[in-house]
Design a protein around this ligand. Structure first.
Ligand SMILES: Cc1cc2nc3c(=O)[nH]c(=O)nc-3n(C[C@H](O)[C@H](O)[C@H](O)COP(=O)(O)OP(=O)(O)OC[C@H]3O[C@@H](n4cnc5c(N)ncnc54)[C@H](O)[C@@H]3O)c2cc1C
Length: 385
């Protein structure tokens, strides 16, 4: 067992850290306040190869491993979790679906510009009445000659109002339940397809979150992504990777909370001492560090399992569940260590706390992760119904 990063991985980590700290972190507060999506950053991330991090070079990607991707996600999230969330939805979900299910022509046409950062992607599964129970999708796609006609709407879609390319799930055969849901790729500007309301959010405010509306939206049959009826089945496989990304994303916030707190505790003096000298503060820092390390080990293990072709559904969910829950705890401790200043916008820890909560909700809530883990451990072995 070797827990160290290779020289290439250390270089990747340093490169992304330098970029994120120089180009993203200084603007994070402004983007958060204005709820502004910084499109230009995504062009720059594209130039660094990070908009198609894990896809093969033949599709414009950087050919990185899942562990490399986790390193990237942690570093970007440390600087601005909103930017990192949009990057995650673009990479793991939208591009991930096209890479997994797309045919050669679709990969060339849609994945390549996404991987290069020329286009931004979004992925629409969730609906008003289909959240955790995403199999309850109501959006429909009806075959009409050599076209499909889609009607319905998607809620909470990351990048929806800025995306050039969307992957959307719709029911193509109601009688088949989850096996009657298919995926479609739709481009911005397609008649009948538009972003709806932009949400005003607690956190990750530099990430765009909007509705997607489909009104008699006609797409050619060639836009069906993967096999008809396989949209939901492919989704489960896509989330296996996605959840490793969200674990790493949470880790970035937790690491930022820990480092900011250590620096603050050294500088802040009370009772004639730096508060870092008080054991109560040291114990908090120690507990935060243990949680961050444990989350990183779970995240990297899940990435390693995926990279070595091993089963990793439960391990991805474990990493996502633990990392997202501890990110909230660690961010909360960071606010406490900052005292009253932690409550002000002048310090980043209040943003870390607001941002961290999304990790326990997006790509499956903590409760859903527990269901997945229990199912993998017990149901699949016939131990429970
Ligand atoms: C900022 C943001 C970005 C997002 N981006 C995307 C995106 O890009 N694409 C996309 O498709 N979706 C996206 N989502 C949607 C997200 O995946 C859902 O919000 C999430 O899956 C939960 O669904 P819900 O909000 O409908 O909650 P609900 O499913 O209504 O859940 C409400 C509560 O009930 C609990 N619950 C539900 N079912 C069970 C059960 N069986 N057992 C125990 N507890 C249960 C939940 O854990 C939760 O605590 C995003 C959400 C947010 C907030």
């Amino acid at each position: 067992m070797d827990f160290s990063l290779s020289e290439e991985q250390q270089l990747l980590q340093q490169t992304v850290r330098d970029f994120a700290q120089a180009e993203i972190a200084p603007h994070a507060r402004e983007w958060d306040e204005k709820q502004a999506f910084p499109r230009e950053i995504f062009t720059k991330l594209g130039a660094l190869g990070l908009m198609g991090a894990v896809w093969p070079t033949e599709y414009g990607g950087a050919g990185l491993s899942t562990l490399d991707y986790a390193i990237v996600m942690e570093e970007v999230s440390r600087a601005d979790a909103g930017v990192a969330l949009s990057l995650a939805a673009h990479n793991s979900l939208c591009s991930g679906h096209i890479f997994l299910a797309g045919n050669e022509e679709q990969k060339k046409k849609y994945l390549t510009p996404l991987a290069k950062g020329e286009k931004v992607g979004c992925w629409g599964l969730t609906e008003n009445s289909a959240g955790s129970d995403a199999g309850g999708t109501k959006t429909v796609a009806v075959k009409d000659g050599d076209h499909w006609v889609l009607n319905g709407s998607k809620t909470f879609i990351t990048n929806a109002s800025v995306a050039d390319t969307a992957v959307v799930m719709a029911v193509t055969d109601k009688s088949k339940g989850k096996k009657g849901i298919s995926a479609f790729v739709i481009e911005r500007g397609t008649p009948g397809f538009r972003p709806g309301k932009k949400e005003d959010k607690l956190g990750v405010r530099s990430s765009d979150t909007s509705e997607l509306v489909l009104e008699d939206c006609r797409v050619p049959a060639a836009n069906l992504l993967g096999q008809e009826g396989n949209g939901f089945i492919d989704t489960l496989r896509i989330l296996d990777r996605g959840r490793i990304g969200i674990a790493a994303w949470s880790l970035g916030i937790a690491q930022a909370s820990l480092e900011t707190s250590m620096a603050y505790a050294q500088g802040r003096r009370q009772f004639g001492h730096a508060i870092a000298e008080f054991q109560a503060i040291q114990f908090k820092i120690a507990d935060m560090a243990v949680k961050v390390d444990a989350a990183r080990l779970l995240t990297w293990r899940a990435a390693h399992l995926r990279d070595s072709g091993q089963e990793h559904t439960a391990q991805s969910s474990m990493a996502k569940l633990y990392a997202s829950e501890i990110a909230v705890e660690v961010a909360l401790d960071a606010v406490q260590i900052h005292g009253g200043y932690g409550f002000l916008k002048d310090y980043p820890v209040e943003r870390y706390l607001r941002d961290s909560k999304l990790g326990t909700i997006g790509e499956g809530t903590s409760e859903v992760q527990r269901l997945v883990i229990a199912r993998e451990l017990m149901q699949l072995r016939g131990m429970v119904r």
